[in-house]
Design a protein around this ligand. Structure first.
Ligand SMILES: [Zn+2]
Length: 113
């Protein structure tokens, strides 16, 4: 993961928050990895609801998985990345079960018609 000084733009070494060039404190620097972790977590939360409609469940679940995996190396949001990862897997399974049940119900109603 790469961080850059928010003041002068110099690349910061890993784990370094104070810029060696301008001494600027960079606590508020959000790296791409941290963002991915956060997006993965949010998509994980969305999939708690979206699995009810399998198409949305698959979309949010798979996207959330990708972002969570990308965000796994995040120092700040590692917990969120893991939570997002678990949520996405659980609700991908829900989506799968839901779509299988949907197919069975459709087949049954087809036979009864
Ligand atoms: Zn700087």
């Amino acid at each position: 993961m790469e961080k850059y000084c928010s003041n002068c733009g110099k690349k910061l070494n890993e784990g370094e928050n104070v810029c060696s060039n301008c001494q600027n404190q960079n606590n508020d620097v959000i790296s791409k990895t941290d963002k991915n972790a956060l997006i993965g977590f949010i998509l994980g939360l969305v999939s708690v609801v979206s699995w009810i409609i399998p198409i949305f469940g698959y979309a949010t679940g798979i996207c959330g998985l990708v972002f969570s995996i990308k965000g796994m190396n995040s120092e700040v949001n590692r917990g969120k990345a893991i939570a997002g990862f678990v949520l996405c897997i659980v609700f991908l399974v829900f989506s799968l079960i839901n779509s299988i049940i949907g197919v069975i119900i459709n087949l049954n109603s087809y036979y009864y018609l």
